[in-house]
Write a protein that binds this ligand. Sequence first.
Ligand SMILES: [Cu+2]
Length: 184
Amino acid sequence: MTRFTTTLVSTLALAAGLAAASAPALAEEIKAGALRIETPWSRATPGGAKVAGGFMSITNTGSEPDRLIGGAMPRAGRFEVHEMKTENGIMTMRPLADGLVIPPGATVTLKPGSYHVMFMDLKEPLKDGETIEGELRFEKAGTVTVRYAVQPIGATTPGGGGASGKEMGGKESGSKSGGGHHGH
Ligand SMILES: [Cu+2]
């Protein structure tokens, strides 16, 4: 019985190991000081769009807060750190003037409908399947290079869940009233 159990466990462990090894190399993890940045991603831009969001999760493994204060992306004329909120049923976004705090021991997730970095004044569209290098600037961890995996238009997850774009699909057009993010 003991022997059977041992064999079973090691078989499961092996299977798990194989599954992990064969998973697509989508997720990227970057370490910078006390920060761990995982799975930076963005979305393809529809024709003429001048803005795109950048998403990722940032974990602070240290004992002091850090702060995402800015960054750069070669195709973007401007880069901002944004917060998106629903107020009175309308989704709006605004720049975080003081940056985005990453508390010690916490993971802050930048995702559609929430915190994100904003690539503005795009000189070229972002295309599905591209990887685009950019920089993030943190108060303590300094400048960090990340690579955004570009997902399809309307994707809501880094895995490219484009089919479920319906729930977030209204967001971009909803923000039209929010201050010219779409370059009209
Ligand atoms: Cu934004």
